[in-house]
Write a protein that binds this ligand. Structure first.
Ligand code: CO
Length: 151
């Protein structure tokens, strides 16, 4: 496993739409392992593959209880309600901002064994799911912010 370099928002890779994973091969498994290590090292809530320069629909999310969720080809299949969310991003250092996110999302994604899983996220977890899946479409939280805060 290796910690990968996290790209910042000046890099145009972060603005591209990621392709779906068609086959979960050794390269994808190594990428997942490296993304988990990179996320832990950076102490973030989540990390999406384009943030380490890979245009694939993959994200990892720290559930905070020692478990890191691996999402392959994640999709929001249901979104409900609204919440005001205060966010930052490992690729946009020094900036936080407030934006509106769904209060609850249901996400379907494949795990590393290729099983289709379903997860429900509410409040903070709904925000993290939405934030990471936005990354896969080249969208950064700063695109949606209504009020910025600078460190
Ligand atoms: Co981010």
């Amino acid at each position: 496993m290796a910690v990968r370099k996290i790209l910042n928002d000046k890099n145009t890779i972060l603005r591209k739409k990621c392709r779906e994973v068609e086959q979960i091969d050794d390269r994808i498994l190594t990428l997942l392992d490296d993304m988990k290590e990179t996320l832990l090292s950076a102490q973030g809530a989540g990390l999406a593959a384009p943030q380490v320069g890979i245009l694939r629909r993959i994200a990892v999310i720290d559930l905070g209880d020692g478990e890191i969720l691996e999402l392959i080809n994640p999709k929001i299949v249901k979104a409900e309600g609204e919440q005001e969310s205060c966010e930052g991003c490992l690729s946009v250092p020094g900036i936080r901002g407030t934006l509106i996110r769904p209060e609850k999302v249901v996400v379907q994604a494949f795990d590393r064994e290729g099983n289709l899983m379903e997860y429900t996220g509410e409040e903070f977890l709904a925000t993290v799911f939405s934030h990471e899946i936005d990354h896969l479409d080249g969208i950064l939280f700063i695109d949606k912010v209504t009020e910025f805060e600078y460190d």
